[in-house]
Design a protein around this ligand. Structure first.
Ligand SMILES: Cc1cc2nc3c(=O)[nH]c(=O)nc-3n(C[C@H](O)[C@H](O)[C@H](O)COP(=O)(O)OP(=O)(O)OC[C@H]3O[C@@H](n4cnc5c(N)ncnc54)[C@H](O)[C@@H]3O)c2cc1C
Length: 450
């Protein structure tokens, strides 16, 4: 018998957060911690789960070319990087937000790390000094913090690049050669050997580190074989002080390896798909749920705005209409589905215009928003929605869309996470602030009702 169309569910909530990446989870946690009923709708995709395992806030040396005058392995300053970006890129959120809002970065960062229970981070003690992380491309990347088991330049000098024969897609020899090249441009004296690790899985090689991470996580005996093989491989290299792996570590593997080998075992910053990115998203979801936020997988399709207020938000699979007091839009960019460009560029839930450098993208030729050569500034990489100083989305003429709607994270216009070295830092700050602005609306409504 045909069951007929499923009934649409309707719900009233204090706060609806759309998106469960870094920005959405931070906002949801702050709203839930304030005692509000919070529903988070997300479609299970997004940039956060692809990210490398590093948390960037700013980098004042980001545009330097490694060489005579710039040491690629010397640390930079996140705080100076924030100021530099705010001065040079006037549409970057660091420039658009007030100095008072920007000054909440320290609180926002603390909040972010608390919002990832079960993950430990290695971070510098102040915003004045970034870590220098090492990547799977064999390059160095400055960042404010990295998951504790990720590779960064410390006191160790003799490094081993582990050549995992199960990970056919990663060429340890090339990584070591590139690291040697980068190190030669620096004052540091690091050396690199490649150390082969025999296969532990049968069949074709797994190719990508994220696939190997999943396979190791799912199979305790394979994990034990892997630890033994690494132990055997490193036994022949007694002087190695730091072992660098592709990002194949699940929650506890790095600790197990370190215990057994006595050598610090660290993962190179990952390329997507990314096991560290997955660990980060899982932790952010745990952090939001632990405070009472409810996370539901659904595709948000549209919203209704009446008299300057979002009144209803509609989602599919499951069919659901939410009547929220406040909404935080944290839907990310093209990867998460927050923005689309199907003939016309637009934001996907409220139909807001897509802006690049303050101009409406609309159906204009994409070449109008790219630079002349690959290395140029490309405005399209900074595309997003317009917003005011309280992170309220605005339309083409700068009028806010609704007084109970706020936006956070990479859906905001004006920054290029890759180029501005501020990807997750902007998410942490704007997620934290958007929730703070939304709390003011909720408090005012409570006062009015009292
Ligand atoms: C490959 C890669 C590497 C990176 N490396 C770094 C790095 O080293 N350091 C750093 O600081 N930053 C890095 N970044 C940038 C950083 O990861 C992003 O800027 C950040 O994760 C964006 O988070 P977000 O919450 O704004 O969006 P996202 O993580 O994209 O989340 C968007 C959310 O919205 C949901 N969503 C969207 N549309 C809908 C809809 N219609 N209905 C329901 N749900 C919806 C998605 O399901 C998702 O939950 C990297 C990014 C990439 C892609």
């Amino acid at each position: 018998m045909n069951a007929g169309p499923a009934r649409r569910q309707e719900r009233d909530v204090d706060a609806l957060v759309i998106g469960a990446g870094a920005a959405g989870c931070v906002a949801a946690r702050r709203l839930a911690l304030a005692g509000h009923e919070v529903l988070v709708l997300h479609n299970g995709t997004g940039a956060t789960r692809l990210s490398s395992g590093a948390f960037d806030v700013g980098d004042d040396l980001r545009d330097d070319v490694p060489g005579n005058s710039s040491d690629p392995l010397s640390p930079s300053s996140a705080r100076a990087g924030m100021l530099d970006v705010a001065t040079k890129r006037l549409r970057h959120p660091y420039a658009q937000l007030s100095a008072g809002a920007r000054a909440q970065m320290d609180d926002a960062i603390r909040f972010f790390f608390d919002a990832t229970p079960g993950l430990s981070w290695h971070r510098s003690l102040s915003l004045n000094e970034n870590l220098v992380a090492l990547t799977q491309l064999g390059t160095a990347k400055r960042t404010f913090a990295a998951l504790r088991h990720m590779a960064y330049v410390g006191d160790q000098q003799r490094c081993a690049v582990m050549d995992l024969r199960d990970c056919g897609g990663v060429n340890a020899g090339q990584i070591a050669a590139m690291l040697r090249h980068v190190t030669a441009l620096s004052a540091r004296e690091l050396s690199y050997v490649t150390v082969p690790v025999a296969r532990v899985f049968r069949g074709p090689a797994l190719g990508h580190p994220a696939h190997m991470a999943r396979a190791l996580d799912a199979d305790e005996s394979a994990q034990e074989r892997f630890v033994s093989e690494v132990e055997t491989a490193l036994a022949g290299h007694g002087d190695v002080e730091l072992a660098l792996f592709p990002a194949v570590f699940g929650p506890d593997l790095a600790d197990r390896l370190e215990e057994r080998t006595g050598v610090p075992c660290r993962a190179l910053m990952a390329l997507p798909p990314s096991a560290p990115g997955q660990l980060l998203v899982d932790a952010l979801h745990r952090g939001a749920k632990a405070c009472g936020a409810e996370l539901v997988r659904a595709q948000v399709s549209s919203a209704e705005v009446e008299d300057g207020r979002v009144t209803r938000v509609h989602a599919e699979a499951p069919g659901l209409t939410v009547r929220p007091q406040v909404v935080v839009l944290a839907t990310g960019r093209f990867l998460g589905g927050g923005l689309s460009r199907d003939q016309v560029g637009r934001e996907t839930v409220f139909g807001l215009p897509l802006l690049a450098e303050g101009q409406v993208v609309g159906d204009r030729f994409i070449g109008e928003f790219t630079g002349p050569v690959v290395d140029s500034e490309h405005e399209i990489f900074r595309a997003g929605i317009g917003y005011d100083a309280q992170l309220r989305p605005v339309g083409v003429r700068g009028a806010k869309v609704a007084h109970n709607l706020f936006a956070a994270g990479s859906v905001l216009e004006g920054y290029d996470p890759a180029r501005d070295a501020s990807g997750l830092g902007v998410c942490a700050l704007t997620g934290y602030l958007a929730a703070g602005f939304a709390l003011e609306v909720l408090d005012a409504a409570e006062d009015a009702a009292a």
